[in-house]
Design a protein around this ligand. Structure first.
Ligand SMILES: [Zn+2]
Length: 202
């Protein structure tokens, strides 16, 4: 009797199993693109692609709001903008499943509490690791912080390039798209908005 405990010989790293129908789908795509899915270099590609997509879309398995659940009420009288900028991220566009690569700046004006600074990046990644459009990603990150941290203001600016534009279609490498979402004070008060945008470097 073989033991089920310990690493599987065929799968020593314990990678997720990829069902045959998922591999078939990727073979179909390879053939459709013009190559032979049975040639040596492509034999294990369907499994790799499938596992890569599990990683790209990890965000479906989490609720980014959990990162906002642990807040610190002791803010030491600090009532100015908290900003995390140049946060690199990767996402995939829902129209072409092509990479979106960019950086985000996330700011909020605390009311009574703050959150660990790394949590802002986690919220971003939680929404980025899904099939997205940049406009929705921007709005979802801002809304999540707004709803759960209840700050006086939230500002999110995302700058990204879309492989569906740079590598295909109109093929315009170097073109970046900027989206922003302002809420609360940053939406209502022009001075606050200008201040946060200048802190972000815009
Ligand atoms: Zn696209």
């Amino acid at each position: 009797m073989s033991s089920l405990v310990g690493p599987d010989e065929d799968n020593p790293l314990g990678k997720p199993d990829v069902p045959e129908h998922v591999q078939d789908a990727i073979r179909t795509l390879i053939a459709w693109a013009g190559d032979d899915p049975q040639r040596e270099g492509l034999i294990d590609t369907p499994k790799r692609v499938a596992r890569a997509w599990l990683e790209y879309c990890q965000g479906y398995n989490e609720d980014p709001a959990v990162h906002m659940s642990r807040v610190f009420e002791e803010v030491g009288g600090y009532d100015e903008v908290v900003l995390l900028k140049d946060i690199p991220f990767q996402s995939h566009c829902e129209h072409h499943m092509a990479p979106i690569i960019g950086k985000a700046a996330i700011a909020y004006l605390p009311r009574n509490h703050v959150v660990g600074i790394s949590k802002l990046a986690r919220v971003l990644h939680g929404y980025a690791r899904r099939l997205q459009i940049q406009e929705r990603l921007t709005a979802e990150v801002a809304q999540c912080i707004w709803d759960h941290l209840k700050p006086q203001g939230v500002a999110v600016v995302i700058e990204a390039s879309h492989a569906c534009m740079t590598a295909r279609g109109v093929r315009t490498p170097g073109v970046g798209m900027i989206t922003s979402r302002m809420m609360g004070t940053f939406l209502e008060d022009e001075r606050s908005r200008k201040e946060v945008l200048s802190l972000m470097g815009y």
